[in-house]
Design a protein around this ligand. Structure first.
Ligand code: UN1
Length: 493
């Protein structure tokens, strides 16, 4: 079996450690690939390559960089189906969602190619005569992109495309659970004409590679998507070195259903947001906050729909819910379900690891619904990252908003209502980075900023041109064409 390798300075190379690990298909337990397992020396080489390439890449005119990025978008389109198949095979999401994952990368590459002819700064008046002021964006240098397994094409693209158009170079560490997809993605970047050293791939597992990336003095900024524990540890480590960090770490996203809502529409949105991607999205809905007048009816409708969901291999077009990423996560989900039961919540659907006879090696969990959940229970507060949904009953819009906002996370939220005043009130009062009206909590588009408040992140936003606040430095330029000394704050006062 050919080893899946690192990509450093334009060459596919095995780790100097000569270690490997296997990546497995969560639906079948079969081996997807034998993967090189990097150590600190591989990181050093990748960072050196990126630092050397930065000196030339930052000087390439942005519209020229954009041509390469547009090529990436086009090549991703050409290879969309094979990439999606590999994605489903390696991390389990159903095929139409895998295609969506690739599509999101196609879209952000096209968006950022457009930025090659914008990357706007601004001009502004001076306090003084015969003086001109402008701002421009400079790249920050070598950026590390550390990404999650749940969107193994889209999330790397969210990080890498803005970095590249702005003139940065990149060291990319994919999640080890999606290493084969990460390598396939980088292969497309290389084929699209990304020069040697501009994007480097280092595959690792655990904190060894991550720490070596953060500690390397040539790495100027780190964009991280993943777990809260890893992200906060990385943030503290990088802070001591005064490095810029962008974090995206999760959610406890809620859908509010008011008593005037179209319940069938709400059920569609809830089922898609809670059980799509097997609940393994940062944006997944894990709480339904429902008005007491419609609670019974909503739960009844949800249970019917949950029972209809087909679980299995995401390559099978009839499957709605794929596997959970691995056995460890399967256990964690089940522990949370037991915690919910012990806390007194009422299990009304699912709640079990399930075996599929044709897929004996798979990691499958039944889509799960808890009724009678109170807002402070652990299952209503902590991110489970699986197909587990909690129903919390409320009396009023005010209470719904209060419950929605009262968690340690703040990524996405939604309200179903026919009342325009309630919709606008929710839009203003829900304190998450993303709010949906009459739609579920998932499905963010790449031309709007993506990210969350509170423990979801650290104030940065990804994609759209908000991404440039992370991957560029503002430079303020003053041009004095008076031919004499002009003292700001003194000569004009
Ligand atoms: C994630 O789970 O981190 O909004 C990304 C969505 C997708 C992206 C999710 N467009 O659900």
């Amino acid at each position: 079996m050919e080893i899946i390798k690192n990509y450093i300075n334009g060459l596919w190379v095995e780790s100097v450690t000569a270690r490997t690990f296997t990546s497995t298909n969560p639906a079948t337990g079969e081996v997807v690939g034998l993967v090189t397992l990097s150590g600190p020396e591989d990181v050093r080489q990748a960072v050196d390559a990126a630092a050397a390439a930065f000196n030339t890449w930052r000087k390439v005119p942005a519209p020229e960089r954009a041509e390469i990025i547009m090529n990436i978008s086009n090549k991703l389109s050409e290879h969309k189906e094979e990439l999606a198949q590999l994605l489903t095979t390696e991390m389990g999401k159903v095929l139409h969602e895998a295609r969506g994952d690739v599509q999101e990368a196609i879209d952000i590459a096209a968006y950022m190619a457009g930025e090659g002819r914008r990357l706007f700064g601004f001009t502004t008046p001076s306090e003084l005569k015969n003086k001109f002021c402008l701002t421009m964006r400079d790249p920050v240098g070598v950026i590390a992109a550390i990404s999650a397994w749940n969107f193994p094409v889209a999330i790397p693209a969210w990080k890498i495309m803005p970095a590249l158009i702005a003139g940065n170079t990149v060291v990319f560490k994919p999640a080890s659970e999606a290493a084969a997809v990460g390598a396939a993605f980088v292969k497309i970047l290389a084929a699209a004409g990304v020069p040697a050293g501009v994007v480097n791939l280092v595959i690792g597992s655990g904190s060894e590679v991550g720490n070596a990336i953060v500690d390397n003095p040539k790495v100027k900024a780190i964009s991280f998507t993943g777990s809260t524990a890893t992200g906060t540890g990385l943030y503290a480590r990088a802070a001591a070195l005064n490095k810029r960090v962008s974090l995206e770490m999760g959610g406890k996203n809620a859908i509010i259903v008011m008593n005037d809502a179209d319940l069938d529409l709400a059920v569609d949105g809830i089922v898609w947001s809670a059980y799509g991607t097997t609940g393994q999205r940062c944006t997944a809905c894990s709480r339904v906050i429902v008005h007491k007048d419609v609670k019974e009816e909503l739960v009844k409708k949800l249970v019917v729909r949950i029972k209809e969901l087909k679980i299995g291999n995401g390559l099978d077009a009839s499957v709605d819910v794929g596997p959970v990423i691995n056995k460890g996560q399967l256990e964690k989900i089940h522990e949370y379900v037991q915690i919910g039961v012990a806390e007194g919540a009422k299990l009304v659907a699912g709640g079990q690891i399930t075996a599929i006879s044709s897929l004996p090696g798979g990691s499958f969990y039944l889509p799960t619904l808890f009724d009678g959940v109170s807002r402070n229970m652990r299952i209503a507060q902590e991110e489970i990252f699986g197909p587990v949904l909690s129903v919390i009953t409320i009396d009023s819009l005010e209470e719904a908003i209060d419950v929605n906002n009262d968690t340690a996370f703040g990524l996405s939220s939604s309200i179903y209502t026919a009342n325009i005043n309630a919709a606008f009130t929710a839009m203003r009062e829900l304190t998450t980075g993303i709010v949906y009206i009459n739609a579920g909590t998932t499905g963010a588009e790449v031309h709007l900023p993506f990210g969350g408040t509170r423990g979801t992140g650290n104030g940065h936003r990804e994609v759209a041109n908000a991404a440039f606040e992370f991957c560029t430095e503002w430079k303020s330029v003053y041009v004095d064409y008076s031919g004499k000394l002009q003292r700001a704050q003194i000569d004009n006062r």
